[in-house]
Design a binder for this molecule. Structure first.
Ligand code: OXD
Ligand code: MN
Length: 592
């Protein structure tokens, strides 16, 4: 075993875990292409991944998970804080001792006959003041190969860590992929994550949701920064000035599409461009100039495949053309490529569906790709990746955007009156449930800041932290906070807004508001674009003036009902709910 560090806390923790899980051998991941190539070959040999057509999809592989293991499992995800109150009413909780005992019983001897891979990784560019180190132990080469795309891995990371104890411990054991013994446990006080009996990305790529959101949100509160479930994009205007926006949407609301948006023709002609900094997670902190700065701690995209196509997201599709791992999509045997629903109108006749059975896409009624099938693609493949992607100082944020799917309630866009009102808007976000997580009731659920499944501590304390971060920013320079709703429906149940690239029109208004240029009128819920303020050049046929007006309409009776729902939701948090948010709810009621 070639050990890559002398860090005592790292070495003793790994020793301890080796004696628990008893691997046959231990391999430290050094980050070299040579080692990764060996692992790819081994993984192909054991049938874990399939090498795809080298001409059409160079460096790409296909993987199928177990049929019972295709999504995050929120009902089996636990925040293990000393008291239940620290985890709060929106998290599953287990006492740390009880959780460790249970998990160690499951993990004990589970690496027998297997290899332990030690993955040192950095969330954020190695060496940035935003960045944090983790070490994941896994018995899955698939996990190693995915982590090599999604994070910065290898020896450099350990060199940067030096002898510090500030790193996140992560233990992943595939065990027997037993659903009944599947647990994803976070121990925020111990900087520790343990994930057992799964092989699905969101449960086992521990840098992503477990660390970069659950553990990091807790770290951020302690250390005065924020870990958010947000995309980051830059909008370049014809003068070459770039303004950055962070946006939070619940899973499967098109975050990746928005992050890689292609402006409509009318904008392109004028010279507008959109640059992607991140599609899922933002770490934010105050800069010396009093502004809020953000980095994307990830190094790749773990995107939902179905529905990704040349129209919805050509940039994401382009990102998957090399060095990508596909999970649970259709294998096209004719040319050894992949396919998924919504890619194009030409499904393979000679295919293998996601469960591994022969599949004829021209005849089959059943879907070939799992609805939550994924691509793991390097960020640098993305044609619109921002030149600031690796900037260790991050990018300055002009606007924060919240959104969800509310068919009737929320207008296309509105601006909060100030930071605290914006925190209120984020805290009461709601959306329909999605395929990205199982074990949930269908319907609308409240998903504050899109962090419901990802906040590593009591949500009320998390809102307190939001209010405190805002108070520390220069009020002139703090990001303005907005809410958007691309999913408003008309009386015939049809979406009213074209969405996709045309969302640029709304982002344009948002940026102009931040610059003090665009017109707005005040309503009970906040500022709405003035008539004519949303640019509909080129889509006048699709979006009439009346339709736009009705998309921006604030129906006071629906909103009055909404305040009752908010009241009920807030009641869960008792006295812990910050007074400022209660005050915002009172103001809304008064305004209505
Ligand atoms: C995801 C999610 O990003 O579920 O996969 O939010
Ligand atoms: Mn996400």
């Amino acid at each position: 075993m070639k050990v890559l560090t002398e860090n005592k806390s790292v070495l003793s923790w790994i020793e301890d875990k080796i004696s628990l899980v008893k691997p046959d051998s231990v391999v430290w991941i050094d980050g070299s292409e040579e080692q990764l190539n060996d692992l790819r070959a081994q993984s192909c040999e054991i049938g874990e991944i399939i090498k795809l057509n080298e001409e059409k999809l160079p460096g790409c592989y296909l993987h199928r998970t177990a049929v019972n293991d295709v999504a995050r499992v929120e009902h089996r995800t636990f925040i293990c804080t000393p008291t239940k109150d620290e985890a709060g009413p929106t998290n599953n909780w287990m006492a740390p001792d009880e959780a460790y005992n249970m998990l160690y019983d499951i993990a004990r001897d589970s690496y027998k006959g297997r290899t332990m891979y030690v993955i040192p990784y950095s969330m954020g560019p190695v060496g940035s003041r935003f960045s944090k180190v983790g070490v994941e132990l896994t018995d899955s080469i698939y996990v190693v190969l995915n982590m090599a795309i999604m994070t910065r891995i290898g020896k450099d990371v350990l060199d940067f860590l030096g002898d510090s104890d500030d790193w996140v411990r992560g233990l992943h054991c595939k065990c027997e992929i037993d659903e009944e013994k599947r647990y994803i446990c976070q121990f925020p006080q111990d900087n520790t994550i343990i994930s057992v009996n799964s092989g699905y990305g969101g449960n086992v790529l521990l840098g992503k949701k477990c660390f970069a959101l659950r553990i990091a949100s807790y770290q951020g509160r302690k250390e005065g920064w924020m870990a958010e479930h947000m995309l980051i994009l830059g909008i370049e205007n014809p003068k070459g000035e770039i303004r950055y926006i962070c946006a939070a949407f619940p899973s499967a609301c098109g975050k990746t599409n928005l992050a890689m948006l292609i402006p409509p023709e009318a904008y392109k002609k004028k010279g507008y461009k959109v640059w992607c900094v991140g599609d899922d997670i933002a770490w934010m902190r105050k800069g010396e100039d009093g502004r809020l700065y953000a980095i994307n701690p990830e190094n790749g995209f773990f995107g939902v495949a179905p529905g990704t196509n040349m129209k919805s997201n050509p940039n994401a599709l382009a990102s998957t053309k090399k060095d990508t791992i596909f999970t649970n999509v259709v294998h096209n045997l004719d040319d050894n490529t992949v396919w998924w629903e919504g890619l194009d109108k030409n499904p393979p006749e000679n295919g293998i569906e996601w469960k591994g059975n022969p599949w004829n896409g021209k005849q089959s009624e059943a879907a070939g790709a799992n609805p939550n099938s994924r691509f793991t693609a390097p960020a640098k493949n993305c044609p619109c990746i921002s030149s600031e992607f690796e900037n260790p100082a991050g990018v300055p944020i002009s606007a924060i955007v919240f959104g969800g799917r509310r068919a009737k309630l929320a207008p296309l866009v509105y601006q909060s009156r100030d930071w605290n009102h914006g925190v209120f808007v984020g805290s009461v976000m709601g959306s329909e449930t999605t395929a990205a997580a199982i074990g949930l009731a269908a319907g609308v659920r409240r998903d504050p800041m899109a962090m419901l499944p990802f906040c590593g501590y009591n949500m009320a304390d998390y809102w307190r932290h939001w209010l405190d971060v805002g108070a520390a920013l220069d009020p002139e320079k703090a990001p303005k906070i907005f809410n958007v709703n691309w999913f408003r429906k008309d009386e015939n149940d049809k979406f009213m807004w074209p969405g996709f690239g045309d969302n640029m029109r709304v982002l344009d208004w948002i940026i102009e508001r931040c610059e003090g240029n665009a017109g707005a009128r005040e309503t009970a819920i906040g500022y709405i674009p003035q008539e004519g303020a949303i640019n509909v050049e080129g889509i006048e046929d699709e979006v009439s003036a009346e339709a736009l007006e009705s998309m921006l309409d604030v129906d006071k009776s629906l909103w009055a009902a909404e305040t009752k729902g908010i009241e009920e939701f807030y009641a869960m948090f008792g006295d812990r709910l910050p007074d400022e948010l209660r005050g915002e709810l009172d103001t809304l009621k008064k305004n209505l």
